[in-house]
Write a new protein. Structure first.
Length: 160
């Protein structure tokens, strides 16, 4: 019985010592994580199916941006903004395209004069962004995962 007990103790100790490597932590340097996360030429930006046949990256991006701009312009044409005074100013929309391809507004960069002239501007722009068609999300190729991206879209607003 004592011999069996010694075998069990010996076996347990050998498992503990042979399994110690499983408890070692591997720390990846922040510089390496940043390098792997940085956008490269191999990564694929968000796109719409209509633009995917365009080989040139710059032309593909212009097609993508054009669909977004036209969608917002169509909404504003159908739902004109009302202003309390004359204003001519550029507004910047900071858009997020999530990892499923849906658009949302992160921020609307505008002056206080724009807020006074068109008080419901942000609500109108939220509605305009909500009708942008779903896009193909950006793809981080080194990990094979869809990722969220950010886009800044300038909009010139002239209201009377």
């Amino acid at each position: 019985m004592k011999l069996r007990y010694n075998y069990i103790i010996s076996f347990a100790i050998s498992i503990i010592f042979s399994g110690c490597h499983l408890f070692e932590s591997t720390k990846v340097p922040a510089k390496e994580i940043k390098a792997a996360s940085s956008w490269t030429d191999k990564d694929q930006g968000p796109s719409f199916p209509e633009c995917e046949t365009i080989e040139d990256g710059q032309q593909n991006y212009l097609c993508f941006e054009s669909i977004i701009s036209n969608s917002i312009l169509d909404y504003i044409t159908d739902n004109p903004l009302e202003s309390t005074e004359y204003i001519s100013e550029e507004v910047s929309l900071v858009l997020k395209i999530d990892n499923e391809g849906y658009f949302s507004i992160i921020e609307v960069i505008r002056s206080s004069a724009m807020d006074n002239a068109i008080p419901n501007l942000e609500d109108q722009l939220q509605s305009a962004v909500s009708i942008i068609p779903k896009a193909e999300p950006a793809l981080k190729t080194n990990v094979g995962a869809f990722v969220s991206t950010k886009l800044v879209l300038p909009i010139m607003i002239i209201a009377e």
